[in-house]
Design a protein around this ligand. Sequence first.
Ligand code: AMP
Ligand code: MG
Length: 416
Amino acid sequence: MISVDEAVEKVLEHIDVLEAEESPVLGCLGQVLAEDVFSPINIPPLDNSAMDGYAVRSADTRGASRRSPRFLRVIETVTAGAIPKGEVKPGTAVRIMTGAPIPEGADGVVRFEDTDESEREGTPQEIGILTGVEPGSEVRRAGEDITAGSLVLRKETVIRPAEVGVLASLGRSKVMVIRRPVVAILATGDEVVDIAQPLPQGKIYNSNSYSVAALVLRYGAIPKLLGIASDSEDSLLARLRLGQDADMVITSGGVSLGDYDMVREVLAKQGEIVFWQVRQKPGKPLAFAVLRGSGGKNTPLFGLAGNPVSAMINFELFARPAILKMMGRKNLVKPTVEAVVEDDIENSDGRRVFTRAIVEKRGGQYFARLTGPQGSGILTSMALANGLVVIPEDKPGVKRGDLVKVMMLDWSEEVE
Ligand code: AMP
Ligand code: MG
């Protein structure tokens, strides 16, 4: 039986980064840029005002104060988006709004607050300047954010909302990104029924396909639900065929000790089993295979355990980094924190243990307490948790008060 770390390594060895495609910018959140993005324009395009106020020749304001204002003739008002008509000659000013282009002749802006505008009726013909300004004061220079021709975003950058904004500011509506993988998801088991059906006696609803599909979505891939295969070779083969165009296949169930024979037969016929069983708890019965498709296409397959908690944890540990690698992402590890554990946790048989925990920060220190019963069928333990306490293989357990490593499933912004 291999360790979690060996298993992750073996999985990633079989995963390739997908191709690039052109995509609308808003659809690219979380994707990786596949081109260097240069700017065709200056941003801002023109010198413009950083404030609402008066564009002036700074020399005209020298020595101005509340006691000794300098009076200037107002020749026009420029709003954002407009082009000033006149030139600011000595003794004149242009009333200007934030973002509006600085008129010719002006080299600074005096804020409304530093003028006597509030004491005047209507749009003033003349304005009293109450403070001196330096050249360049409240002026945003053309190209101060981005100069035309410069490299703005490098290839391999992960697109976050800020990058979406930067691309939009360049007028890019489409951009080259590594495409999102399509992940085919298949449930197995004679006892499993679809959530849209009434629940017959002795059956359970298919929760795994949905928790897995939600995880696939969370990490930026595209889920494709293949339904439920019954526990027969024919049914499994027929359903797997529906997923042959996918970039990855994830099944749940049928991989525990008693059931594995059938799945093993099917996977061996369709490709190669890379490993089965990982030294961890929960989630030991994990199968990883590579399906051989037509035209030399290799499709990785994760055979997750049927138990709903095991399925989710194995997804996080193995399918998540695989999806991220396919998407061209470089940082594949979940964030971890060090926390004081508030319960005793046993590790009886030398596996890596992942217990569902609620992590809270109190007085600058993280604390982790168990969510309650830790059975691998208790899916509500995942719903309560925001992290997994990780007990290493070689540790017989931890005691309340010990420092432990916690793999964060969610940060507090998402958990109340
Ligand atoms: P198996 O790995 O097929 O032996 O399944 C282990 C446990 O997980 C059994 O109790 C199953 O009923 C349960 N299980 C299997 N598939 C699903 C599913 N899609 N949704 C919810 N529970 C499941
Ligand atoms: Mg089963």
